[in-house]
Design a protein around this ligand. Structure first.
Ligand code: HEM
Length: 277
């Protein structure tokens, strides 16, 4: 009989006494100890992990968006394109994740929905931060975080900074001067669609060779919004499939609220200019 295969013979490290292992580096004990179902329902674990993993991916999206926004304000903007491409892929990852959640039927969900109380993704501060960073700003949505000063400060701080689209427009302004009301707008509000911005982006799209960097930036933004829209659409469809037209645990009308969010346009001029090209 031959000895069982032992990777240690090829040099695999097998002893971690006093050394940092995989689990130590990733702080896995904490991560894997953070799932605490409040009911005995089998599907509650799926529900918790689906939300927690989404929050982890959002954490990475915020990390990338923060760096992309800073880089777009530097002389060489190109490294930002790679970060923005990554954010789109993160949303694609989140889009694929709905397939797992969709295996939960309305019958399964009702076995633990009551345990959620009034908690809802509506109160996800990271999601709100992503929205604020991208430019969908609404101070009314700070309210669910009023009891958490740290989170309120984070979101308020975000509203005081230019959004990703604002910095893109400042870059556009260097080639095609834009009106002051676009550049010096009240930052805590959403960007208001502007004919001057649409005209400037149209010039970029009519001559991509001359304005390649702006053209690439614009397409990276459209790509990002495209994937984000798919996330919203997948969410609303999954929600309808699971709770129909019931009110949300967060207190909104549910589907009516989420459908309204489908109308949000983050970078409106970039979508509208296509009709006239
Ligand atoms: C069966 C699964 C799900 C149901 C039934 C559901 C239901 C809802 C409903 C009804 C709302 C509207 C607010 C409210 O009144 O509660 C909402 C908002 C939200 N949900 Fe879900 N959801 C589900 C899964 C998820 C997952 C996996 C995530 C991932 C993080 C998520 C993130 C969010 C976010 C971020 C919002 C706020 C959207 C906005 O303000 O535009 N939801 N959800």
């Amino acid at each position: 009989m031959t000895d069982p295969y032992d990777p240690a013979r090829e040099g695999a490290q097998m002893s971690f006494d006093g050394r940092m292992s995989y689990g130590d580096y990733l702080n896995l004990q904490k991560v894997l100890d953070a799932q605490h179902p409040l009911s005995d329902a089998h599907d509650e674990m799926l529900f918790i992990i689906q939300h927690q993993t989404s929050e982890l991916w959002m954490r990475l999206a915020i990390h990338e968006l923060t760096a992309a926004r800073a880089t777009l304000q530097e002389a060489d903007r190109r490294p930002a394109f790679k970060m923005l491409a990554r954010v789109s892929r993160i949303f694609e990852q989140l889009n694929n994740a709905w397939d797992v959640l969709r295996t939960m039927t309305p019958s399964d969900y009702t076995t633990f929905r009551e345990a959620l109380g009034q908690s809802s993704g509506f109160q996800s501060h990271q999601y709100r931060q992503v929205e604020f960073m991208l430019g969908n700003r609404n101070i009314a949505l700070l309210k669910p975080h009023a009891h958490r000063p740290g989170i309120t400060a984070l979101l308020t701080g975000e509203l005081a900074q230019p959004s990703l689209y604002d910095v893109a427009l400042r870059a556009l302004n260097q080639s095609f001067p834009l009106p002051d009301e676009v550049l010096d707008r009240a930052l805590e509000q959403p960007h208001a669609e502007s004919e001057a911005v649409a005209a400037a982006w149209s010039k970029v799209y009519r001559d991509p060779q001359t304005h390649w960097e702006l053209y690439e930036l614009a397409e990276k933004l459209v790509d990002l919004e495209d994937y984000f829209r798919r996330w919203r659409f997948n969410h609303v469809t999954t929600v309808e499939r699971v709770i129909g037209f019931k009110r949300g645990t967060g207190g909104t009308g549910g589907i009516s609220y989420l459908k309204r969010m489908l109308d949000v346009e983050l970078f409106p001029e970039l979508w509208h200019l296509r009709t006239d090209l």
